[in-house]
Design a protein around this ligand. Structure first.
Ligand code: WT7
Length: 632
């Protein structure tokens, strides 16, 4: 049932708390099941064990295609806009997408992919990335999409962890003025990936590349004479749909696992309610397919809802900073979903780039990925939404699969910088550092979830213990989000940001340990510590304190910095490159050898007025040195 008023929201929320099983069962009735569930929910947060719609059988692609095709065959599913405005856009109907997905599903089968096999996808923002994902889902293979900006090492780490059998990629991709030579990166990555049997390569940039005999196959050749019909594999509701790697407070990214039925039910439900999306509306989400937003709210939810979505290959400021607005006018976009960092960077360009555009078709605006500051919120509301479009500030995580806290567009009264209220089914709890619940309103603490919802993380791939340790062990019987939050006098939630060693750079999550490990790979680095600091555009910037080996100290500083940046670029990717590097002769450490990040954070933030007690440090004198280096 669609929520259409604040009263209904409160009623539905009540129902979802009082009888969650009944609530979600009702919603699940709208989907196409080969066989219905025997039980709605089985769970405990101890192991953890979370199972929704037990014993039900389905295929998520039958819910995108077969369920709706009689009405939607000719409707556009994807409008694709190239990086280059002079290249024609593509309009792909549901019928056509269905044929392409089925055909590519047959290709995967021919290459020996079976139900349960892992398939890695490393692609630019082209419709074939969606085809590849849905083709996996069609035959019951588990996709693991790796963001196209990640390095060879990041790619191979993820392939190895998932033991992927096939890699789907492209010769390259276009992003702004750059051409990314994906296949070269792939070739380097695959030297370390014995599990990969075949690599399917889409032709996009037509730059010359190496094709390895026996391993590499061109996409266009693989689909020649292949049938466009492929029966969907019958899947269990709790079979894995995909793995998506994400960073945490430890060095190694973990494979977050989502399973089919719960993810399907929750993402479509939240999409329709949060955005108040109706068929015929044109929805444009700017996220890359390599992140969870790309999975849930660019691919799965809009297609499950029978929607029309815009997929954009490029970047906001190429070839000019009005590119988003141009795409919105051209395609009569009604719903626009982007990240605060994009808004801030466009805001920095002033109002001139918006002037040529009307933006009159817009009805709803959304943001995701990081806290939105009041200034960016007002700019978005005034100049893009022309003060008539509600803004949905959606809080959620890779692990939650779908939106948890958000206004419902046009229904929930908004308040800048507040994600507002939990969606039906979401039972939040704010706790203090001991795990005591902070009841009532006007409280601030750590944000937890106390009851399962259908799209929540099931495990971390290949290591269930890690899932338990990371999310379910900080506080007993609670899922800990890693975020701090405040609940105000009206019961509205405001997300305060991460309270763990995770940095959020332009809405992308990085672990401090992960960046430190990369920096430490540099042969002339002895050790390093990484902290976040407020950054005007990115939200948070990366500040690295680096201790060099003796030989390192004889090098020229600028060259040394550049060479460290190159190391990080090579090991993780450009998104992890520190914005600032400070060289020092040591790091402030406690007697037990732990780095005192609190002090480094203060210095990075430029606030040294109160560094707290430093007498417990093993080397208090280092603080003076670092302060001086930092310009205080
Ligand atoms: C972390 C999750 C959810 C898809 C994109 C990021 C931060 C996310 C908001 C928001 C304040 C937000 C949180 C969260 N975050 N949305 N609306 N307001 N903070 O997914 O990489 O899994 O990161 O992003 O800190 O824990 P992710």
């Amino acid at each position: 049932m669609r929520i259409d008023s604040l009263t209904t929201y409160f009623q539905e929320y009540e129902k979802s708390i009082n009888s969650p099983e009944k609530f979600w069962e009702n919603i699940a009735e709208n989907f196409y099941w080969r066989k219905k569930w025997s039980k709605v929910l089985e769970w405990n947060f101890d192991e953890p064990k979370i199972k929704w719609f037990l014993d039900a059988k389905l295929n998520i692609t039958e819910n995108i295609f077969e369920r709706n095709l009689d009405k939607l065959a000719q409707q556009t599913a994807i409008i694709w806009e190239s990086n280059n405005p002079n290249e024609s856009s593509k309009h792909i109907s549901y019928q056509q997408l269905f044929s392409e997905v089925s055909q590519f599903a047959n290709v995967l089968k021919n290459q020996g992919v079976k139900k349960g096999d892992r398939v890695a996808i490393y692609m630019p923002m082209v419709p074939e990335a969606v085809v590849a994902m849905l083709a996996c889902a069609r035959i019951g293979a588990i996709h693991s999409v790796v963001f196209g900006g990640f390095s060879a090492q990041s790619l191979s780490d993820r392939i190895i962890d998932a033991e992927a059998k096939i890699l789907i990629t492209a010769d390259g991709g276009f992003r702004g003025s750059k051409t990314i030579n994906l296949k070269n990166i792939v070739d380097e990555a695959l030297e370390k990936c014995p599990s990969i049997e075949k690599c399917i390569v889409l032709e996009r940039t037509k730059k010359s590349i190496q094709m390895k005999n026996g391993r590499d196959i061109w996409w266009h050749q693989a689909i020649e004479n292949i049938s466009i019909h492929c029966e969907a594999e019958e899947m269990d509701s709790e079979d894995m749909l995909f793995i998506l790697y994400t960073s945490g407070s430890t060095g190694k990214p973990k494979g977050v696992v989502h399973t089919i039925a719960g993810y399907m039910v929750y993402t479509q439900y939240t999409f329709e309610n949060v955005f108040q999306y109706n068929r015929g509306d044109i929805y444009f989400c700017t996220a890359d397919v390599g992140w969870i937003t790309g999975h849930s709210y660019m691919v799965y939810a809009p297609l499950l809802a029978g929607g029309t979505m815009v997929m954009f290959e490029g970047v906001p400021n190429y070839p000019h900073s009005g590119r988003f607005w141009e795409i919105i006018d051209k395609n009569k976009v009604t719903h626009f979903y982007t990240a605060p960092t994009a808004i801030r960077s466009l805001m920095a360009n002033g109002l001139e780039p918006i002037k040529p555009y009307q933006l009159t078709t817009l009805k709803v605006l959304g943001t995701v990925g990081e806290p939105i500051n009041a200034e960016a919120w007002h700019w978005y509301h005034t100049y893009i939404g022309k003060e008539k479009c509600p803004i949905v500030d959606t809080w959620w995580q890779t692990e939650t699969g779908g939106i948890m806290i958000s206004p419902l567009a046009g229904i929930t009264p908004t308040k800048p910088t507040f994600a507002t209220l939990p969606l039906p089914g979401v039972q939040l709890m704010i706790v203090d550092s001991e795990g005591n619940e902070l009841k009532g309103n006007a409280v601030e603490g750590n944000l937890c979830i106390k009851f399962p919802f259908p799209s929540m993380i099931r495990t971390t791939y290949g290591n269930h213990e890690r899932c338990k340790q990371t999310y379910f062990s900080t506080y007993k019987n609670l899922y800990f989000t890693g975020d701090g939050a405040k609940r105000d006098e009206d019961g509205y939630y405001r997300i305060l940001g991460r309270v763990d060693d995770v940095i959020n750079v332009s809405g992308h999550r990085l672990g401090t340990a992960e960046v430190e490990n990369a920096i430490n790979e540099h042969p002339l680095v002895n050790e390093s510590a990484v902290v976040a600091y407020p950054h005007d555009i990115k939200g948070q910037g990366i500040y690295a304190f680096v201790v060099l080996e003796n030989e390192g100290k004889t090098h020229e500083i600028t060259a040394m910095k550049a060479s460290i940046l190159e190391t990080v670029n090579k090991i993780i990717g450009a998104i992890a490159k520190p914005d600032k590097i400070l060289f020092c002769s040591g790091l402030p450490k406690t007697r037990s050898g732990k780095i005192m990040r609190r002090i480094l954070r203060k210095i990075a933030e430029g606030d040294i007025s109160n560094l707290g007690d430093i007498t417990t440090l093993l080397n208090p004198e280092i603080v003076e040195e670092i302060k001086k280096e930092a310009g205080f």
